[in-house]
Design a protein around this ligand. Structure first.
Ligand SMILES: *[C@@H]1O[C@H](CO)[C@@H](O)[C@H](O)[C@H]1NC(C)=O
Ligand SMILES: *[C@@H]1O[C@H](CO)[C@@H](O)[C@H](O)[C@H]1NC(C)=O
Ligand SMILES: *[C@@H]1O[C@H](CO)[C@@H](O)[C@H](O)[C@H]1NC(C)=O
Ligand SMILES: *[C@@H]1O[C@H](CO)[C@@H](O)[C@H](O)[C@H]1NC(C)=O
Ligand SMILES: *[C@@H]1O[C@H](CO)[C@@H](O)[C@H](O)[C@H]1NC(C)=O
Ligand SMILES: *[C@@H]1O[C@H](CO)[C@@H](O)[C@H](O)[C@H]1NC(C)=O
Length: 574
């Protein structure tokens, strides 16, 4: 299997490059390396400290500050290891860390967004008083999530694992104290509704600068995230920004960089299925994830050879690139099912519906921006890419038997008939033929009804498998609700519209029930409990929380005239 797959990838790249990349669109991206990567991304120092269990959370060490330049630190480490005959005790290691690293350095300081408004107009859309106050609280939370890098990071970038960016940011919250890529789509939409245009623009400019530096937007704002991306939503962020501000010049000025990002996905992440080009998640690093080093090493031990262990690390990193780390969605068992655990992760061999739906969207947005720039040739080229992607989605991912789009398993050459909200993502990005919306609506609603997806009082679950991973049952995540609610709405049939609204209302009401208990917003919730919060996975549930707040603000605007807090806990069935 592994052999044929590797062969298949090479062939695909050949086919792809010879027949589809007909222009010299943008320059190749050069690998970008940070000096501090020698300490924080790979090597013996990282391994020794992360495996020593000195820090409970592996992310702790890779976020420390160096006291000396990376090369000096590495030299110090070599000398240290020699002096301890390669067998340092815990005490020795602690001393070494104290000598060479600074702990608890706040690389970000709190930052008060100057464009923050006490009474953004979106509040006028909310009729119910409790919800109006909640909306106002959510608007206030932006102020607590604003962060700006300290000057020392700009002056001494080599001493930090942070990727320096110019503009202040809104972070997700909790343990996530830097920017994260796909989170920012919902954060930026929330900011736009809150009339914080300048903050949103600054964040977008940060992302654009990453494309200049890396050729893509890294998963998050640390150098150890810079070998992988996340679902590519920058084009959609800019489209939102332009929709809200009508700043067409911003679109025109930056379309070239969006093209560069599109190119990165097209060149590094493609597979061919039945003659159709589709994208998969992937990653270019070797070894365990620095920020989860010990966990990855431990889990890799079930594999007998270094080669298989490396394959495992690559699958894990690909899973992290998907943003859905981790989930039974990425498991392929020996018998081709999704049963098992992390050792069964085969993310690189699964064609994900939403990635292709998002790339379709990117092509459409790039075409639109080129059209604004009066560049008909480029616009047509991207319309052509969009058409190609749509054909591939229709041919490979739409499943006529299931009546919905499904991920595709490249190993067993079959659709994966498991529920994930992303199965509906082509509806969200309009990657379907609207002329067929009547038929599609009927099929998709039958699918939803057959799986009884309306029976979950706390939101749509991520999957129907309770694996203990955080992107599985019973967790319900804000972006997944958004994808489904927007998607059903985009079908523009009365039935899909009703369900969209029912689920949109339910999400707002259940989030509010959770909010009332502790005045907190969470990164994920429990689909089984009205007002319940999420759990499972690699860390405790976090509060804050960027994308949660963004989704709720948008839904409050959408439903504000009609929605009220829910008193009863009874739910209807469809
Ligand atoms: C360490 O790297 C810096 C540049 O980053 C260089 O100036 C210095 O000479 C290097 N020191 C050693 C000991 O290699
Ligand atoms: C990994 O890097 C190599 C060399 O820079 C490049 O050719 C390849 O396409 C990259 N793959 C991914 C998945 O980024
Ligand atoms: C190590 O991996 C095993 C499975 O291989 C798992 O059962 C155990 O919980 C892991 N331990 C830690 C500390 O991650
Ligand atoms: C697939 O394998 C798993 C164990 O690896 C087993 O639990 C499951 O029943 C099998 N499923 C099928 C359909 O054979
Ligand atoms: C959309 O569907 C209509 C009706 O089935 C068909 O005529 C048209 O060619 C389709 N458009 C595309 C782009 O596939
Ligand atoms: C709609 O569905 C009917 C049968 O359910 C089928 O005959 C027809 O071709 C479909 N139309 C389109 C445009 O897919």
């Amino acid at each position: 299997m592994a052999f044929s797959l590797v062969f298949c990838f090479d062939l695909i790249l050949l086919v792809f490059q010879s027949s589809f990349i007909e222009t010299s669109s943008s320059e190749q991206h050069k690998p970008f390396q940070f000096a501090a990567c020698d300490v924080f991304c790979h090597g013996d120092l990282l391994k020794t400290i992360q495996m020593s269990k000195i820090f409970q959370d592996s992310k702790h060490f890779v976020d420390m500050k160096l006291k000396n330049l990376p090369n000096i630190t590495i030299d110090n480490f070599k000398k240290f290891m020699r002096s301890k005959h390669d067998k340092p005790s815990m005490d020795d290691l602690e001393l070494f860390i104290n000598d060479n690293f600074e702990d608890s350095v706040k690389v970000f300081t709190e930052w008060y967004p100057k464009d923050w408004k006490l009474k953004p107009k979106f509040l006028d859309h909310i009729k119910n008083n409790e919800f109006k106050i909640w909306g106002s609280d959510l608007n206030r939370i932006w102020k607590t999530l604003g962060r700006k890098l300290i000057d020392d990071v700009y002056n001494n970038p080599d001493l930090y694992s942070i990727i320096p960016v110019k503009n202040p940011i809104i972070i997700p919250g909790g343990r996530f104290l830097e920017f994260y890529y796909w989170d920012s789509y919902w954060i930026i939409r929330g900011l736009l509704y809150s009339e914080m245009h300048k903050t949103a623009r600054g964040m977008i400019l940060n992302f654009l600068s990453m494309i200049e530096r890396f050729g893509f937007v890294p998963n998050g704002g640390r150098i150890y995230y810079a070998k992988r991306s996340q679902p590519p939503l920058l084009a959609a962020m800019i489209e939102s920004y332009v929709d809200f501000t009508n700043d067409k010049k911003f679109a025109i000025d930056n379309v070239g960089l969006l093209e560069k990002e599109f190119d990165y996905w097209r060149k590094n992440h493609v597979v061919v299925v039945d003659g159709h080009i589709l994208a998969v998640y992937g990653d270019n690093s070797t070894g365990p994830r620095p920020e989860s080093y010990r966990e990855d090493v431990n889990n890799s031990l079930v594999f007998p050879t270094p080669k298989l262990r490396q394959a495992y690390y690559s699958e894990i990193a690909a899973g992290a690139e998907s943003g859905m780390d981790f989930s039974s969605r990425w498991f392929i068992n020996e018998n081709g099912t999704n049963q098992g655990g992390l050792k069964n992760i085969k993310c690189r061999s699964i064609v994900p519906v939403e990635l292709n739906a998002i790339l379709y969207w990117n092509a459409k947005i790039i075409a639109k921006f080129y059209s604004m720039a009066d560049n008909a040739e480029k616009s047509m080229k991207y319309m052509f890419y969009a058409k190609q992607i749509l054909e591939a989605i229709d041919a490979v991912l739409w499943n006529e038997d299931a009546g919905v789009w499904l991920d595709y398993d490249l190993i067993n050459k079959k659709s994966r008939n498991y529920f994930v909200p992303t199965n509906l993502s082509p509806l969200w990005t309009n990657a379907f033929n609207i002329s067929n919306s009547g038929n599609i609506s009927k099929r998709v609603l039958d699918y939803i009804s057959k799986l009884r997806l309306n029976n979950h009082p706390g939101g749509i679950p991520t999957t129907l498998v309770n694996s203990g991973e955080q992107w599985d049952f019973p967790n319900a995540w804000p972006p997944m609700q958004y994808i489904v609610v927007k998607g059903l709405e985009n079908l523009k049939t009365p039935e899909a519209g009703r369900l969209s609204k029912l689920w949109g209302h339910r999400w707002v009401q259940s989030n509010y029930e959770a909010y009332k208990k502790a005045y907190k917003m969470y990164e994920k919730y429990d689909s089984e409990v009205f007002g319940g919060i999420g759990g499972g996975g690699e860390y405790n549930v976090q509060t804050g929380f960027g994308w949660t707040n963004g989704v709720i603000i948008e839904f409050l605007v959408k439903y504000g005239r009609e929605i009220k807090p829910l008193k009863t806990k009874q739910f209807g069935f469809i």
